[in-house]
Design a protein around this ligand. Sequence first.
Ligand SMILES: *[C@@H]1O[C@H](CO)[C@@H](O)[C@H](O)[C@H]1NC(C)=O
Ligand SMILES: *[C@@H]1O[C@H](CO)[C@@H](O)[C@H](O)[C@H]1NC(C)=O
Ligand SMILES: *[C@@H]1O[C@H](CO)[C@@H](O)[C@H](O)[C@H]1NC(C)=O
Ligand SMILES: *[C@@H]1O[C@H](CO)[C@@H](O)[C@H](O)[C@H]1NC(C)=O
Ligand SMILES: *[C@@H]1O[C@H](CO)[C@@H](O)[C@H](O)[C@H]1NC(C)=O
Ligand SMILES: *[C@@H]1O[C@H](CO)[C@@H](O)[C@H](O)[C@H]1NC(C)=O
Ligand SMILES: *[C@@H]1O[C@H](CO)[C@@H](O)[C@H](O)[C@H]1NC(C)=O
Ligand SMILES: *[C@@H]1O[C@H](CO)[C@@H](O)[C@H](O)[C@H]1NC(C)=O
Ligand SMILES: *[C@@H]1O[C@H](CO)[C@@H](O)[C@H](O)[C@H]1NC(C)=O
Ligand SMILES: *[C@@H]1O[C@H](CO)[C@@H](O)[C@H](O)[C@H]1NC(C)=O
Ligand SMILES: *[C@@H]1O[C@H](CO)[C@@H](O)[C@H](O)[C@H]1NC(C)=O
Length: 294
Amino acid sequence: MNKVQGLFLVAIFSIVHTQLANGQSLRGCQNKSGNLSIEYPFGTSPGCYYAGNKSFLLTCNETTNKLFAGKKLPVINISLSGELRILKLASFTCYNRTSVTGRSSFNTTLGNFTLSDKNRFTAVGCNTYAFMTTLNGDQNYSTGCLSLCDSTPKENGLCSGEGCCQTSVPKRSKRFRIRSRRFDRETSVSDFNPCFYAFLVEEGRFNFSPSQDLQNLRNVTKFSVVLDWSIGGQTCQQVGNTSICGHNSVCLDSTTRAGYNCKCKAGYDGNPYPSEGYRGATHNGFFLSQALFY
Ligand SMILES: *[C@@H]1O[C@H](CO)[C@@H](O)[C@H](O)[C@H]1NC(C)=O
Ligand SMILES: *[C@@H]1O[C@H](CO)[C@@H](O)[C@H](O)[C@H]1NC(C)=O
Ligand SMILES: *[C@@H]1O[C@H](CO)[C@@H](O)[C@H](O)[C@H]1NC(C)=O
Ligand SMILES: *[C@@H]1O[C@H](CO)[C@@H](O)[C@H](O)[C@H]1NC(C)=O
Ligand SMILES: *[C@@H]1O[C@H](CO)[C@@H](O)[C@H](O)[C@H]1NC(C)=O
Ligand SMILES: *[C@@H]1O[C@H](CO)[C@@H](O)[C@H](O)[C@H]1NC(C)=O
Ligand SMILES: *[C@@H]1O[C@H](CO)[C@@H](O)[C@H](O)[C@H]1NC(C)=O
Ligand SMILES: *[C@@H]1O[C@H](CO)[C@@H](O)[C@H](O)[C@H]1NC(C)=O
Ligand SMILES: *[C@@H]1O[C@H](CO)[C@@H](O)[C@H](O)[C@H]1NC(C)=O
Ligand SMILES: *[C@@H]1O[C@H](CO)[C@@H](O)[C@H](O)[C@H]1NC(C)=O
Ligand SMILES: *[C@@H]1O[C@H](CO)[C@@H](O)[C@H](O)[C@H]1NC(C)=O
C-alpha cells in the first residue's frame, strides 16, 4: 500500500469518525418519534439503548408518534446532560350545585428516574390546601401549601399566595402521592371558583391567571415535569475507565442523584454518549490511521 492510498483511507476514517461523533444514530435504531429525536443511551429496541439497563428503553406509539419512558411516562423532551421532561396530570375537583367531580388524589411512579428540584408543587383555588408526599421507602416527606381567598384576586401573572400557592419539592424521589382538598365542603367560593387543582410543574412554566384559572385552569390537564437521569449508580472515580463517555467527552458526577453523565469536551459537539458501535469505530479509525503512517 503506498502513501497516497494510506492517506485516502485515513480520510475515509476521519469522515466516518466525524459523522458518528456528530450524533449519527446506530444502524437499524429508531432515531425519531414524532418531532423528538432519540439518541443513545436512550433507544426503543434491544441493542439501541444503554446495555443492561431497561431504564433507557423508550416506547414510541406508532399510531400517535408519542414517546414513553417505559410504557407509561409520556416524554416530551430529552436532554443528554441528564434531564428528561414528561407530562403529568393535574389533580382536580369541581363542584356544581348538585355534584362533585374530579380526581383529587393520585400516586405516581417514575421508574428509575428521579424528580428534579426544578419542579414546583402548585395548588390553584380558594380555600384549598394540597400536599405531596414523596415515598422513598426509607424516608417519606410531605410538603404542600394552602390558599385562602373570598373573591377573585387581581391579575398579576404570578402564583404568589393569592388564589395560587407553590412550594419546592425534594429531589431524588422516584415515587410520590398528590392530594388536594377544600376546607368548606358547602363552599362559599364555588360561584367564582368552582374547581381547585394541584399539580407539579417545571419552575417558570405556569403563569397564574386568577380570572381564568379559578374557573377551569384554561382547560389544561397536564403539565411539564423535569426528571433527572444518570448512568449507573457510581461516581466517575469509581467507574474509572469503564465509564461509557467517549474520547471526546468527559465524565461528570451527577449533581442531582447517584451516577454520572457525559459531556462533550470543548470544541466537540454531538452526542457525548458513544454507543458500543461508535466506540469500536473510533478505536479502529484511530489505530488504523496510526498504523498507516508507519
Ligand atoms: C435516522 O434514521 C434514518 C433512517 O434509518 C436515517 O435515514 C437518518 O439519517 C437518521 N438520522 C440521523 C440523524 O441519524
Ligand atoms: C413537537 O410536537 C408537539 C406536538 O406533537 C408540539 O407541541 C411541540 O411544540 C413540538 N416541538 C417542536 C420543537 O417542534
Ligand atoms: C430500574 O433499574 C434496575 C436496575 O438496573 C432494573 O432492573 C429495572 O428494570 C429498572 N426499572 C425500570 C422501571 O426501568
Ligand atoms: C397507541 O396509542 C393509541 C391511541 O392512544 C392506543 O389506542 C394504542 O393502544 C397505542 N398502541 C400501543 C402499542 O400502545
Ligand atoms: C428540549 O428542551 C431544551 C431546553 O429547554 C430545548 O433547548 C430544546 O429545544 C427542547 N427540545 C425539543 C425537541 O423540544
Ligand atoms: C353538575 O355536574 C354533573 C356531572 O358533571 C352534571 O351531570 C350536572 O348536569 C351538573 N349540574 C349543573 C346544575 O350544572
Ligand atoms: C396511593 O397509594 C397508597 C398506599 O401507598 C394507597 O393507600 C392509595 O389508595 C393510593 N391512591 C391511589 C389514588 O391509587
Ligand atoms: C413510606 O410510605 C410507604 C407507603 O405509604 C410505607 O409503606 C412506608 O412504610 C413508609 N416509610 C416509612 C419509613 O415510614
Ligand atoms: C375550555 O373549555 C370550555 C368548554 O369546553 C370552553 O368553553 C372554553 O372556551 C375553554 N377555555 C379555554 C381557555 O380554552
Ligand atoms: C439504571 O439507570 C437508572 C437511571 O439512570 C439508575 O437509577 C440505575 O441505578 C441504573 N441501574 C444500574 C444497575 O446501573
Ligand atoms: C483501565 O484501568 C485499569 C486499571 O487502572 C487498567 O488495568 C486497564 O488496562 C484499563 N483499561 C483500558 C481499556 O484502558
